[in-house]
Design a protein around this ligand. Structure first.
Ligand code: NAD
Length: 259
């Protein structure tokens, strides 16, 4: 299937590793020119070089913290008129809600709610004027089924989800869609960090903890960033113009409900 987006421009946040990188690679594979944003310049440049070499599209790299106004200004200066926006940043740390202070909540809201909203605000009217736009927010399965130790994530991402539900119905008549992709457990650095903490707490080895955890998923494995990226690229394709305001769960069957 031709996704019909070759030559479009995408701004992909949190793109040097993991799920964001998976999205950037899949879009570049469809001929989309990509601007990659991440904090660590070396990792980012290495990812940019690999994607450039593999796909031949134009790849810009902006090393910045997307959760700051300066970072967003730099990202938008490098890609002022994106046709596709992938919102993504690191997730908040786990913990006990009794220990979280106002600053912890503000950091989580900045990263996982207000930054995507600011980037949508900065780009959506241009998409509407050009009559094409695809916005995908990487959120979490925690929006559908809260994870107790990730209260900061449950709360901040649910705020974004509620906001998106409101505006996604207003943009779709202009061929601009806004959807959320909800990852379950994907094999990325973030997952290894979370499971590393669980391994340390239990005194078990990392391999043992990872194997046991993956066996609890109906798919009996973790997801990989390439399959996440493929779904993202489809949501950004010309074929997905009738789909907006949706929360698409990618979790290997882990969520047990009928809907
Ligand atoms: P990862 O740690 O593998 O990669 C994160 C990427 O985002 C890196 O490129 C990093 O440089 C970049 N990044 C982080 N904070 C940034 C910032 N402030 N500014 C710019 N770039 C930033 O993580 P991942 O597993 O790909 O997760 C991506 C998102 O999905 C996170 O919010 C995570 O909480 C969420 N998520 C992941 C999983 C999973 O299983 N991997 C599950 C549920 C939710």
């Amino acid at each position: 299937m031709d996704f019909g987006i070759a030559g479009k421009h995408a701004l992909v946040c949190g793109a040097s590793k993991g799920l964001g990188r998976g999205c950037a690679e899949a879009l570049a594979g469809e001929g989309v020119h990509v601007t990659l944003v991440a904090r660590t310049v070396e990792t980012l440049e290495a990812t940019a070089a690999e994607i450039r070499q593999k796909t031949g599209v134009t790849v810009n790299a902006v090393a910045c913290d997307i959760t700051t106004p300066e970072g967003r200004a730099r990202a938008l200066a490098a890609c002022p008129q994106p046709d596709i926006l992938i919102n993504n940043a690191g997730g908040p740390p786990p913990g006990d809600f009794r220990k979280w202070e106002r600053d912890d909540w503000i950091a989580a809201l900045d990263a996982n709610m207000l930054t995507p909203i600011e980037l949508i605000k900065a780009t959506v009217d241009g998409m509407i004027a050009r009559r094409f736009g695809r916005i995908v927010n990487i959120t979490s399965s925690a929006v559908k089924a809260p994870i107790d130790v990730l209260g900061l994530s449950n709360g901040a991402r649910s705020g974004l989800t509620g906001f998106v539900a409101g505006i996604a119905r207003k943009t779709v008549s202009h061929n601009v869609t806004i959807n959320n992709l909800l990852p379950g457990q994907f094999d990325t650095d973030r997952l290894k960090k979370t499971l590393g903490a669980a391994a340390a707490a239990s005194g078990k080895g990392m391999d043992e903890v990872m194997a046991a955890r993956s066996q609890q998923i109906p798919a009996q494995r973790f997801g990989n960033p390439a399959e996440f990226g493929a779904v993202c690229a489809f949501l950004c394709s010309v074929h997905a113009g009738y789909m907006t305001g949706q929360n698409v769960l990618l979790d290997g069957g882990n969520y047990p409900g009928t809907f």
